[in-house]
Design a protein around this ligand. Structure first.
Ligand code: ATP
Ligand code: MG
Length: 212
């Protein structure tokens, strides 16, 4: 599903990814771990087509995510480490998801409800004025409701309360055999029941990659 060949990404003198090669497949539920600054988010952003590789290549379903962003992003449901400062209201954001990615609005409501977020009462609020956890729950719900082949979650539970965390992982259980799921997380205990592969990064390199 995702092929990464000898990927290097430099920002000025900073080498953020150093000759990374990985093959990530359907049915794999992967945790990517590593210290702050190890290159995890840079790797995710490269997969999302946000960065042009300095060297090497990435292919998602045989397409280049930088050159063919629309088609590759259609395959991915992504929740970022930090929610973007979206200036749309909740209602507008949901409609945007429906129009741009054909997301079923009832599914968004249902998934939010499972994480204890009553979306109906927040529809008129501007997204960036929601609490951190509410933003995360809404973005998670939109990503899951999109029903993509690939899920990417960059520290998705950092802002969630314990119940929200528990419900997030239980929501994913119905998908984990059919999808490629990638979690960036410092907490392996949270995802240990769901992941079957652990990739460790340090200083921009993959230092271990094992089935678990
Ligand atoms: N857009 C950018 N411009 C310049 N340097 C960057 C950029 N993005 C990341 N870096 C640098 O690349 C290195 C890796 O950063 P990255 O965000 O990928 O780390 P991370 O593994 O996600 O860390 P964390 O656990 O703190 O989220 C850091 O030294 C960072 O300063
Ligand atoms: Mg990061």
């Amino acid at each position: 599903m995702i092929k990464i060949n000898n990927l290097t990404k430099k920002f000025a003198n900073q080498i953020s990814l150093d000759n990374v090669s990985l093959e990530l497949n359907k049915g794999e539920n992967i945790i990517i771990m590593g210290q702050n600054g190890a290159g995890k988010t840079t790797l995710i952003r490269s997969i999302l087509g946000q960065y042009l590789p300095t060297k090497g290549e990435i292919l998602i379903a045989n397409k280049d995510p930088f050159k063919d962003r629309v088609n590759t992003l259609n395959l991915i449901g992504f929740v970022p480490q930090l929610p973007p400062p979206i200036r749309l209201t909740v209602e507008e954001l949901i409609l945007y998801a429906k129009v741009s990615s054909n997301v079923n609005i009832d599914d968004i409501f249902r998934l939010c409800k499972k994480m204890d977020l009553d979306l109906q009462s927040h529809l008129k609020k501007v997204f960036f004025k929601l609490s951190g956890g509410m933003k995360q729950k809404l973005l998670i719900s939109i990503a899951i409701a999109k029903n993509p082949d690939i899920f990417i979650f960059d520290e998705p539970t950092a802002n969630l309360d314990p119940k929200g965390r528990e419900m997030f992982y239980s929501l994913l259980e119905e998908y984990n055999e059919k999808k490629l799921m990638i979690f960036v997380s410092h907490r392996i205990d949270e995802v240990s029941h769901i992941v079957n592969r652990k990739i460790q990064m340090d200083l921009g390199k993959v230092i271990s990659d094992e089935k678990i």
